[in-house]
Write a protein that binds this ligand. Structure first.
Ligand code: SAM
Ligand code: SF4
Length: 335
Protein backbone atom coordinates (compact mmCIF):
# COMPACT_ATOMS: atom_id res chain seq x y z
CA UNK A 1 0.00 0.00 0.00
CA UNK A 2 1.36 3.42 -0.89
CA UNK A 3 1.54 6.26 1.64
CA UNK A 4 -1.91 7.53 2.63
CA UNK A 5 -1.28 11.04 1.32
CA UNK A 6 -0.37 9.54 -2.06
CA UNK A 7 -3.65 7.64 -2.45
CA UNK A 8 -5.38 10.56 -4.10
CA UNK A 9 -2.55 11.17 -6.60
CA UNK A 10 -3.25 9.77 -10.07
CA UNK A 11 -1.03 8.27 -12.79
CA UNK A 12 -0.45 11.78 -14.20
CA UNK A 13 0.74 13.10 -10.81
CA UNK A 14 -2.46 15.11 -10.25
CA UNK A 15 -3.20 15.45 -6.53
CA UNK A 16 -6.91 15.36 -5.69
CA UNK A 17 -7.50 17.84 -2.90
CA UNK A 18 -11.00 19.00 -3.83
CA UNK A 19 -14.05 16.83 -3.15
CA UNK A 20 -17.41 17.68 -4.69
CA UNK A 21 -19.94 16.01 -2.49
CA UNK A 22 -23.49 15.52 -3.69
CA UNK A 23 -26.02 15.52 -0.85
CA UNK A 24 -29.09 14.53 -2.85
CA UNK A 25 -30.45 13.70 -6.28
CA UNK A 26 -33.60 15.71 -5.57
CA UNK A 27 -34.18 19.24 -6.74
CA UNK A 28 -36.85 21.91 -6.61
CA UNK A 29 -36.01 22.99 -10.20
CA UNK A 30 -35.94 21.03 -13.46
CA UNK A 31 -33.28 22.86 -15.49
CA UNK A 32 -33.39 21.76 -19.12
CA UNK A 33 -29.61 21.45 -19.45
CA UNK A 34 -29.34 19.33 -16.29
CA UNK A 35 -32.17 16.81 -16.38
CA UNK A 36 -35.08 15.47 -18.45
CA UNK A 37 -38.50 17.16 -17.96
CA UNK A 38 -39.96 14.03 -16.39
CA UNK A 39 -37.20 13.95 -13.75
CA UNK A 40 -34.91 11.02 -13.07
CA UNK A 41 -35.79 7.79 -11.28
CA UNK A 42 -34.91 8.44 -7.63
CA UNK A 43 -33.01 5.86 -5.63
CA UNK A 44 -34.60 4.47 -2.47
CA UNK A 45 -33.53 6.40 0.64
CA UNK A 46 -31.63 3.39 1.97
CA UNK A 47 -29.23 3.69 -0.99
CA UNK A 48 -28.30 7.26 -0.09
CA UNK A 49 -25.63 8.34 2.37
CA UNK A 50 -26.93 9.30 5.79
CA UNK A 51 -25.57 12.37 7.60
CA UNK A 52 -23.32 10.07 9.66
CA UNK A 53 -21.98 8.36 6.54
CA UNK A 54 -21.35 11.69 4.81
CA UNK A 55 -19.36 12.87 7.81
CA UNK A 56 -17.47 9.56 8.14
CA UNK A 57 -16.49 9.47 4.46
CA UNK A 58 -15.60 13.18 4.41
CA UNK A 59 -13.31 12.60 7.39
CA UNK A 60 -11.48 9.87 5.45
CA UNK A 61 -11.05 12.16 2.43
CA UNK A 62 -9.70 14.95 4.63
CA UNK A 63 -7.22 12.53 6.22
CA UNK A 64 -6.03 11.71 2.69
CA UNK A 65 -5.28 15.34 1.87
CA UNK A 66 -8.59 16.88 0.75
CA UNK A 67 -8.58 20.58 1.69
CA UNK A 68 -11.84 21.72 0.12
CA UNK A 69 -15.32 20.18 0.02
CA UNK A 70 -18.10 21.64 -2.12
CA UNK A 71 -21.64 20.59 -1.26
CA UNK A 72 -23.76 20.16 -4.33
CA UNK A 73 -26.50 17.94 -5.74
CA UNK A 74 -29.30 17.91 -6.91
CA UNK A 75 -30.14 20.87 -4.77
CA UNK A 76 -28.14 20.49 -1.53
CA UNK A 77 -30.48 22.74 0.47
CA UNK A 78 -33.55 20.53 -0.09
CA UNK A 79 -32.03 17.90 2.19
CA UNK A 80 -33.94 18.08 5.47
CA UNK A 81 -30.78 17.44 7.51
CA UNK A 82 -28.66 19.97 5.58
CA UNK A 83 -28.11 22.03 8.76
CA UNK A 84 -26.88 19.03 10.71
CA UNK A 85 -24.60 17.92 7.86
CA UNK A 86 -22.95 21.28 7.37
CA UNK A 87 -22.48 21.87 11.10
CA UNK A 88 -20.55 18.61 11.35
CA UNK A 89 -18.51 19.12 8.17
CA UNK A 90 -17.53 22.58 9.43
CA UNK A 91 -15.70 20.85 12.30
CA UNK A 92 -13.21 19.36 9.82
CA UNK A 93 -10.02 21.23 8.87
CA UNK A 94 -11.29 21.92 5.37
CA UNK A 95 -12.77 24.79 3.34
CA UNK A 96 -16.51 24.30 2.81
CA UNK A 97 -18.22 25.68 -0.30
CA UNK A 98 -21.77 25.32 -1.61
CA UNK A 99 -23.37 25.43 -5.04
CA UNK A 100 -27.10 26.09 -4.85
CA UNK A 101 -29.99 27.30 -6.96
CA UNK A 102 -30.62 29.81 -4.15
CA UNK A 103 -34.32 29.06 -3.53
CA UNK A 104 -33.87 28.03 0.12
CA UNK A 105 -30.83 30.16 0.93
CA UNK A 106 -32.66 32.57 3.27
CA UNK A 107 -33.45 29.67 5.60
CA UNK A 108 -29.75 28.81 6.01
CA UNK A 109 -28.00 32.19 5.82
CA UNK A 110 -27.87 32.66 9.63
CA UNK A 111 -26.28 29.23 10.09
CA UNK A 112 -23.82 29.82 7.23
CA UNK A 113 -22.85 33.10 8.87
CA UNK A 114 -22.34 31.40 12.21
CA UNK A 115 -20.11 28.78 10.55
CA UNK A 116 -18.27 31.48 8.58
CA UNK A 117 -19.04 29.82 5.23
CA UNK A 118 -18.74 32.44 2.51
CA UNK A 119 -17.84 30.46 -0.63
CA UNK A 120 -21.37 30.23 -2.02
CA UNK A 121 -22.23 29.96 -5.69
CA UNK A 122 -25.77 30.59 -6.88
CA UNK A 123 -27.01 29.38 -10.26
CA UNK A 124 -29.03 32.00 -12.12
CA UNK A 125 -29.26 31.48 -15.86
CA UNK A 126 -31.16 34.56 -16.90
CA UNK A 127 -31.92 38.08 -15.70
CA UNK A 128 -35.33 37.77 -17.31
CA UNK A 129 -38.11 36.14 -15.26
CA UNK A 130 -39.83 34.47 -18.19
CA UNK A 131 -36.67 33.10 -19.67
CA UNK A 132 -35.63 31.82 -16.28
CA UNK A 133 -38.92 29.99 -16.04
CA UNK A 134 -38.35 28.41 -19.45
CA UNK A 135 -34.87 27.22 -18.51
CA UNK A 136 -35.66 25.98 -14.99
CA UNK A 137 -39.23 24.80 -15.79
CA UNK A 138 -40.25 26.38 -12.46
CA UNK A 139 -41.11 29.86 -11.25
CA UNK A 140 -38.73 30.92 -8.49
CA UNK A 141 -37.03 33.88 -10.17
CA UNK A 142 -38.11 36.49 -7.59
CA UNK A 143 -37.27 34.29 -4.63
CA UNK A 144 -33.76 33.59 -5.96
CA UNK A 145 -33.14 37.28 -6.60
CA UNK A 146 -34.32 38.21 -3.10
CA UNK A 147 -31.93 35.64 -1.67
CA UNK A 148 -29.04 36.91 -3.79
CA UNK A 149 -29.69 40.36 -2.27
CA UNK A 150 -29.49 38.84 1.23
CA UNK A 151 -26.37 36.88 0.34
CA UNK A 152 -24.66 40.03 -0.97
CA UNK A 153 -24.85 41.50 2.53
CA UNK A 154 -23.19 38.47 4.06
CA UNK A 155 -20.29 37.45 1.83
CA UNK A 156 -17.40 39.37 0.27
CA UNK A 157 -18.35 38.28 -3.28
CA UNK A 158 -21.34 36.45 -4.73
CA UNK A 159 -20.55 33.91 -7.43
CA UNK A 160 -23.21 33.42 -10.10
CA UNK A 161 -23.21 30.35 -12.39
CA UNK A 162 -24.78 30.73 -15.83
CA UNK A 163 -25.02 27.87 -18.32
CA UNK A 164 -25.16 29.61 -21.68
CA UNK A 165 -27.49 28.19 -24.33
CA UNK A 166 -27.47 29.51 -27.89
CA UNK A 167 -30.72 31.27 -28.77
CA UNK A 168 -31.87 31.31 -25.14
CA UNK A 169 -29.63 33.37 -22.87
CA UNK A 170 -26.53 34.06 -24.99
CA UNK A 171 -27.86 37.58 -25.61
CA UNK A 172 -27.45 38.30 -21.89
CA UNK A 173 -23.66 37.95 -21.68
CA UNK A 174 -23.11 41.72 -21.61
CA UNK A 175 -25.99 42.33 -19.16
CA UNK A 176 -24.50 39.81 -16.74
CA UNK A 177 -21.07 41.46 -17.00
CA UNK A 178 -22.65 44.86 -16.42
CA UNK A 179 -23.77 43.55 -13.00
CA UNK A 180 -20.09 43.52 -12.04
CA UNK A 181 -19.68 47.26 -12.66
CA UNK A 182 -20.89 48.33 -9.20
CA UNK A 183 -21.26 45.05 -7.34
CA UNK A 184 -18.74 42.45 -6.30
CA UNK A 185 -20.26 39.64 -8.36
CA UNK A 186 -18.15 36.93 -9.94
CA UNK A 187 -20.18 36.01 -12.98
CA UNK A 188 -19.22 32.55 -14.28
CA UNK A 189 -20.28 31.48 -17.77
CA UNK A 190 -20.33 27.70 -18.18
CA UNK A 191 -20.26 25.90 -21.51
CA UNK A 192 -23.19 23.51 -21.95
CA UNK A 193 -21.88 19.97 -21.30
CA UNK A 194 -23.37 16.69 -22.54
CA UNK A 195 -24.91 14.18 -20.11
CA UNK A 196 -27.64 11.57 -20.21
CA UNK A 197 -31.11 13.03 -20.85
CA UNK A 198 -30.12 16.69 -21.26
CA UNK A 199 -30.72 16.86 -25.04
CA UNK A 200 -27.23 18.17 -25.61
CA UNK A 201 -26.74 19.68 -29.02
CA UNK A 202 -23.47 21.19 -30.19
CA UNK A 203 -25.50 23.92 -31.92
CA UNK A 204 -26.68 25.11 -28.51
CA UNK A 205 -23.14 25.40 -27.21
CA UNK A 206 -21.88 28.93 -26.53
CA UNK A 207 -18.11 28.67 -26.65
CA UNK A 208 -15.42 30.56 -24.79
CA UNK A 209 -14.30 32.26 -28.01
CA UNK A 210 -17.88 33.42 -28.76
CA UNK A 211 -18.14 34.92 -25.26
CA UNK A 212 -14.81 36.72 -25.53
CA UNK A 213 -15.67 38.08 -29.00
CA UNK A 214 -18.93 39.52 -27.61
CA UNK A 215 -17.11 41.09 -24.67
CA UNK A 216 -14.37 42.63 -26.81
CA UNK A 217 -16.90 43.93 -29.32
CA UNK A 218 -18.86 45.64 -26.59
CA UNK A 219 -16.26 46.84 -24.08
CA UNK A 220 -13.17 46.98 -26.34
CA UNK A 221 -9.99 44.93 -26.17
CA UNK A 222 -8.13 47.44 -23.97
CA UNK A 223 -10.80 47.34 -21.28
CA UNK A 224 -10.66 43.54 -20.94
CA UNK A 225 -8.23 42.45 -18.24
CA UNK A 226 -7.12 38.85 -17.94
CA UNK A 227 -6.81 37.99 -14.24
CA UNK A 228 -4.47 35.41 -12.75
CA UNK A 229 -6.34 32.16 -12.18
CA UNK A 230 -5.95 30.39 -8.84
CA UNK A 231 -4.01 27.11 -9.02
CA UNK A 232 -6.31 24.27 -10.19
CA UNK A 233 -8.97 26.81 -11.18
CA UNK A 234 -11.34 25.44 -13.82
CA UNK A 235 -12.36 28.95 -14.77
CA UNK A 236 -10.48 31.48 -16.86
CA UNK A 237 -10.91 34.79 -15.04
CA UNK A 238 -11.33 38.30 -16.44
CA UNK A 239 -12.58 41.71 -15.49
CA UNK A 240 -13.51 44.92 -17.19
CA UNK A 241 -11.25 47.84 -16.35
CA UNK A 242 -12.52 49.74 -13.27
CA UNK A 243 -15.43 47.35 -12.68
CA UNK A 244 -15.75 46.16 -9.10
CA UNK A 245 -16.47 42.49 -9.80
CA UNK A 246 -15.13 40.04 -12.36
CA UNK A 247 -16.28 37.32 -14.72
CA UNK A 248 -15.05 33.89 -15.70
CA UNK A 249 -15.49 31.28 -18.40
CA UNK A 250 -15.61 27.57 -17.69
CA UNK A 251 -14.88 25.94 -21.01
CA UNK A 252 -14.96 22.22 -20.24
CA UNK A 253 -16.10 21.48 -23.78
CA UNK A 254 -13.98 23.63 -26.10
CA UNK A 255 -10.96 24.14 -23.87
CA UNK A 256 -10.78 21.57 -21.07
CA UNK A 257 -8.58 22.11 -18.01
CA UNK A 258 -7.80 18.48 -17.28
CA UNK A 259 -4.03 18.97 -16.84
CA UNK A 260 -4.49 20.65 -13.47
CA UNK A 261 -7.63 18.83 -12.34
CA UNK A 262 -7.71 18.25 -8.57
CA UNK A 263 -11.37 17.19 -8.31
CA UNK A 264 -13.11 14.02 -7.33
CA UNK A 265 -16.80 13.52 -6.88
CA UNK A 266 -18.85 11.56 -4.38
CA UNK A 267 -22.44 11.01 -5.48
CA UNK A 268 -25.36 11.04 -3.04
CA UNK A 269 -25.44 7.22 -3.21
CA UNK A 270 -21.81 7.03 -2.18
CA UNK A 271 -20.15 6.36 -5.53
CA UNK A 272 -16.84 7.88 -6.46
CA UNK A 273 -16.44 9.43 -9.88
CA UNK A 274 -12.86 10.27 -10.73
CA UNK A 275 -14.00 12.66 -13.46
CA UNK A 276 -17.22 14.54 -14.20
CA UNK A 277 -17.21 13.05 -17.71
CA UNK A 278 -16.33 9.50 -16.75
CA UNK A 279 -19.07 6.89 -17.01
CA UNK A 280 -17.39 4.61 -14.53
CA UNK A 281 -18.20 4.81 -10.84
CA UNK A 282 -16.83 3.02 -7.78
CA UNK A 283 -19.18 2.16 -4.95
CA UNK A 284 -17.62 3.26 -1.66
CA UNK A 285 -20.76 3.23 0.45
CA UNK A 286 -21.40 -0.54 0.39
CA UNK A 287 -17.89 -1.53 1.57
CA UNK A 288 -17.93 1.38 4.04
CA UNK A 289 -21.20 0.10 5.52
CA UNK A 290 -19.66 -3.35 5.81
CA UNK A 291 -16.77 -1.88 7.78
CA UNK A 292 -14.28 -2.73 5.04
CA UNK A 293 -11.15 -0.76 4.31
CA UNK A 294 -11.95 1.53 1.37
CA UNK A 295 -8.45 2.91 0.82
CA UNK A 296 -7.36 0.40 -1.81
CA UNK A 297 -10.63 0.97 -3.71
CA UNK A 298 -9.97 4.69 -3.66
CA UNK A 299 -6.41 4.23 -4.80
CA UNK A 300 -7.53 2.06 -7.74
CA UNK A 301 -10.21 4.54 -8.76
CA UNK A 302 -7.83 7.49 -8.75
CA UNK A 303 -5.17 5.57 -10.66
CA UNK A 304 -7.71 4.74 -13.38
CA UNK A 305 -8.50 8.42 -14.02
CA UNK A 306 -8.12 9.24 -17.71
CA UNK A 307 -5.84 12.06 -18.83
CA UNK A 308 -8.65 14.06 -20.49
CA UNK A 309 -12.45 14.25 -19.87
CA UNK A 310 -13.03 10.65 -18.83
CA UNK A 311 -11.46 9.42 -22.09
CA UNK A 312 -13.60 11.68 -24.32
CA UNK A 313 -10.44 13.32 -25.56
CA UNK A 314 -11.73 14.61 -28.87
CA UNK A 315 -14.81 16.39 -30.18
CA UNK A 316 -16.08 13.26 -31.98
CA UNK A 317 -16.18 11.19 -28.79
CA UNK A 318 -17.61 14.03 -26.69
CA UNK A 319 -20.45 14.74 -29.09
CA UNK A 320 -21.36 11.06 -29.59
CA UNK A 321 -24.62 10.39 -27.65
CA UNK A 322 -23.71 6.68 -27.55
CA UNK A 323 -20.77 7.69 -25.35
CA UNK A 324 -21.93 10.69 -23.33
CA UNK A 325 -25.39 9.25 -22.54
CA UNK A 326 -23.66 6.53 -20.51
CA UNK A 327 -22.85 9.25 -17.97
CA UNK A 328 -25.66 9.91 -15.44
CA UNK A 329 -27.54 13.21 -15.62
CA UNK A 330 -25.76 16.13 -13.98
CA UNK A 331 -28.44 16.23 -11.27
CA UNK A 332 -27.37 12.75 -10.17
CA UNK A 333 -23.64 13.39 -10.37
CA UNK A 334 -23.37 16.68 -8.52
CA UNK A 335 -22.00 19.34 -10.83
N1 SAM B 1 -28.70 22.64 -7.74
C1 SAM B 1 -27.51 23.36 -7.55
C2 SAM B 1 -27.33 24.44 -8.62
O1 SAM B 1 -28.01 24.38 -9.64
O2 SAM B 1 -26.52 25.33 -8.40
C3 SAM B 1 -26.26 22.50 -7.50
C4 SAM B 1 -26.18 21.34 -8.45
S1 SAM B 1 -25.99 21.78 -10.17
C5 SAM B 1 -25.89 20.19 -10.91
C6 SAM B 1 -24.35 22.42 -10.18
C7 SAM B 1 -23.98 23.28 -11.36
O3 SAM B 1 -23.95 22.48 -12.53
C8 SAM B 1 -24.97 24.39 -11.63
O4 SAM B 1 -24.31 25.64 -11.66
C9 SAM B 1 -25.51 24.06 -12.99
O5 SAM B 1 -25.81 25.21 -13.72
C10 SAM B 1 -24.39 23.26 -13.61
N2 SAM B 1 -24.84 22.36 -14.68
C11 SAM B 1 -25.84 21.46 -14.65
N3 SAM B 1 -25.95 20.83 -15.85
C12 SAM B 1 -25.00 21.33 -16.65
C13 SAM B 1 -24.60 21.10 -18.00
N4 SAM B 1 -25.21 20.20 -18.76
N5 SAM B 1 -23.57 21.81 -18.51
C14 SAM B 1 -22.93 22.73 -17.74
N6 SAM B 1 -23.24 22.99 -16.46
C15 SAM B 1 -24.28 22.32 -15.92
FE1 SF4 C 1 -31.54 21.40 -9.98
FE2 SF4 C 1 -29.14 22.53 -10.09
FE3 SF4 C 1 -29.86 20.69 -11.89
FE4 SF4 C 1 -31.03 23.05 -11.97
S1 SF4 C 1 -28.84 22.64 -12.28
S2 SF4 C 1 -32.06 21.06 -12.08
S3 SF4 C 1 -31.09 23.59 -9.85
S4 SF4 C 1 -29.56 20.34 -9.75
Amino acid sequence: MIENKQILTDAFKRKHTYLRLSLTEKCNLRCTYCMPAEGIPLLPKSHLMTADEIFGLAKIFVSLGVTKIRLTGGEPLVRKDFGDIIKRLALLPVEIAITTNGILLDKYLPLLKELNITNITVSLDSLDALKNKTITRRNYFDKVNENIELLKKQVPAVKLNIVLLKGTNDNEIIDFIKLTREENFIVRFIEFMPFDGNAWDSNKLVSKSFILDKVINYFGNRELIRLTDAPNDTSRNYKIQNFRGSFAIISSVTNPFCDTCNRIRLTADGKIKNCLFSNSETDLLTPYRLGENILSLLEKTILSKEKVRGGMDDWKKLSDPEIHSKNRSMIAIGG
